[in-house]
Design a protein around this ligand. Structure first.
Ligand SMILES: Cc1ncc(C[n+]2csc(CCOP(=O)(O)OP(=O)(O)O)c2C)c(N)n1
Length: 606
């Protein structure tokens, strides 16, 4: 049965009759600078859908990303009247979810995405799961078939709350027009409270089309959601004594430092007490990577010096991190000499993967201030700092550029970094290029590294750049460093960047392989490169032009700087297709489940 001949079409036409505002838009719109009372007076709520949009406006949402469709049409129709929310129509709902996620990462407030029921909602799933793994604040609104048809296998019916329950912080089925707006407000507030995460509100059409005159209240978290913000005095006291007496203290900043807006406090703590800092990947930028105390990020492809520091520290002070296996390698060999102080707002993280000798449950910045106030003196770490400095010299992040070998991807990353400002935002796909971007770009600011960590979603980079662009300051550059395989997964979003005139530079590190897979095949599958060679990739520069963007192809070292200069200067979306050495591998590398201190610098060391 074709989509036109389905019950949905009938439903859509009756929707217009049921929703009296649908075909009679007024000139009154809700703007960002109005108070909730002014909005209500200007344009009182008459339907559930209007209450949903009013709830978003009152919560301060300024952007939303989505794709239209039958069951979500009433919500879109209500959005028509909002001047304070900029909606960006994406090419695919996965793109909408990634854009909303990245918007949230950069702006520090939840990003919003919308999709219709059925395939619209299921297309969001990867993006929701991605946000969940990285504890990113995001609100998804999905249309649903009318509640009296739920369970009847109605057209485009999917059990969206069922499908997304394991990958959301919380989800809601809002089937009452009177309370739909309040639920949306609560979901928005909950997504950014405590440990952030994605929330979802499923909105059956009867609730969005249904009449109500109820103005939603302010966005507030559920009454029973009260995460601890301060650690107990006893716990702080014990942790402070352990830190004071450490000879080799090491701070490990996790994503919670960035998400908890604790960067300034955490940096100050490190500097005041002379404690070296390693970060996790999600925390890249929490400590300026050119700071003396900063060892950059640790883990599978982290720096040798960060991994050596983790291996030898006697007191690991981990803040807002979940000890993911790409960070720890084998947990038995992780930080083997250390007592572990673990600060986290989510008690479920304490001793989940790595035993915490000193658990401190609370907000990252608040707890660090508590510990700071309790420390009688800083640890005596002069020799340890010297040792860490020595490791930086012993295991530098470098690479060779032999003249008889093709362009090296690391060189491209360094040139992009040099050509952009210190606060430029980098988004990535997933694979080798993501690791080189993390390794060879010097990050100095939080919320400038926007990547898919826990889920490792190829295709994240371009839609993330779109979301990041909307959240960034006008003078902040946004660069997407992508792989050819990752770019091919979501490159249709280039049409959105062109339509919305977004200033984004996409740098494809094109090795005509899904390179990270090729690297693992070479190392662990006796070089059988099954299904990893992508020598059929299209000409990305020409595709960019076909989309209405600008495109360049670069093969040689002496073309790199000019292409970057032109692309960055171009005020719109641009794509540089860098043809890089297909055989380059990512090092250092800690083998899966291995010990951080035993990182390989070449394949035969694995
Ligand atoms: C959606 C998805 N499918 C498959 C994978 C498995 N995977 C991880 S890295 C990688 C290779 C990525 O290739 P590309 O984007 O070209 O980047 P490169 O490694 O070559 O830099 C693959 C296939 C994944 N992470 N995500």
């Amino acid at each position: 049965m074709s989509e036109r001949a389905t019950p949905e079409a009938t439903d859509e036409s009756s929707a217009e009759q049921a929703d009296g505002t649908a075909d009679a838009p007024t000139e009154t719109t809700a703007t960002a600078d109005q108070t909730p009372e002014e909005r209500a007076a200007d344009r009182p709520v008459t339907t559930g859908a209007e209450s949903v949009i009013r709830a978003l406006e009152n919560a301060g949402a300024e952007a939303a990303f989505g794709v239209q469709g039958g069951a979500i049409m009433p919500v879109y129709d209500a959005l028509y009247h909002s001047d304070s929310i900029r909606h960006v129509t994406m090419a695919h709902e996965q793109g909408a979810a990634h854009a909303a996620d990245a918007y949230g990462v950069v702006a520090g407030v939840p990003g919003v995405c919308l999709a219709t029921s059925g395939p619209g909602a299921t297309n969001l799933v990867t993006g929701i799961a991605d946000a969940d793994m990285d504890s990113d604040a995001m609100l998804a609104l999905t249309g649903q078939v009318p509640s009296d048809m739920v369970g009847s296998d109605a057209f485009q019916e999917t059990d969206t709350t069922g499908v997304t329950a394991p990958i959301t912080k919380h989800n809601y089925f809002a089937d009452d027009p009177d309370t739909a707006g309040d639920m949306v407000g609560e979901a928005f507030a909950l997504s950014e409270a405590g440990r952030p995460g994605p929330t979802l509100v499923d909105l059956p059409k009867n609730a969005t089309l249904g009449e109500t005159d109820r103005e939603p209240g302010p966005a507030t978290t559920p009454k029973n959601y009260n995460p601890e913000t301060e650690a107990t005095a006893e716990a702080v006291d014990a942790a402070a004594r352990a830190i004071e007496s450490a000879d080799k203290p090491l701070l490990l900043f996790g994503g919670g430092v960035v998400k908890g807006d604790a960067t300034e406090t955490a940096r100050q703590f490190a500097v005041d007490h002379g404690i070296p800092v390693a970060t996790t990947m999600p925390a890249i930028g929490s400590m300026p990577e050119d700071h003396d105390l900063c060892l950059s990020w640790a883990g599978m492809h982290g720096t040798g010096y960060a991994n050596m520091a983790i291996t030898h520290t006697d007191c690991l002070i981990a803040v807002g991190c979940r000890f993911d296996d790409r960070l720890t390698g084998g947990v038995d060999t992780f930080a083997p000499e250390a007592e572990v102080v673990h600060v986290d707002i989510d008690p479920a993280e304490i001793s989940k993967n790595v035993h915490a000798d000193y658990p401190l449950i609370g907000d990252a910045g608040t707890v660090l201030e508590q510990v700071d106030a309790e420390l009688a003196h800083s640890p005596d770490a002069t020799e340890w700092r010297e040792q860490c400095r020595q490791w930086k010299e012993d295991y530098p992040m470098d690479y060779a550029t032999p003249e008889d070998e093709p362009l090296k991807p690391q060189f491209v990353v360094e040139c992009l970094d040099a050509a952009t400002g210190d606060d430029a935002i980098v988004t990535t796909g997933v694979g080798q290029h993501q690791m080189w971007a993390g390794q060879y770009w010097t990050f100095r600011e939080p919320r400038t590294w926007v990547s898919s960590h826990g889920l490792g979603t190829m295709g994240y980079g371009l839609p993330a750049a779109i979301g990041a662009r909307l959240a960034a300051d006008d003078d902040q550059e946004v660069v997407c460093i992508d792989g050819d395989g990752s770019f091919l997964m979501t490159m249709q979003e280039l049409s959105v960047a062109v339509r919305e005139e977004l200033d984004i530079t996409v740098a494809v590190l094109n090795n005509e392989y899904i390179g990270m897979v090729r690297q693992w095949q070479d190392a662990f599958f006796e070089r059988r490169r099954m299904a990893a060679e992508y020598n059929w990739v299209p000409e990305f520069d020409k595709l960019a032009e076909a989309f209405g963007a600008r495109g360049w192809r670069v093969d040689e070292y002496d073309q790199v700087a000019d292409a970057i200069e032109e692309a960055v200067a171009y005020d719109g979306p641009s794509v540089i297709d860098f043809h890089v050495d297909p055989e380059t591998n990512v090092y250092p590398m800690v083998a899966s489940g291995g010990a951080n201190g035993q990182f390989a610098l070449t394949e035969d060391q694995l």
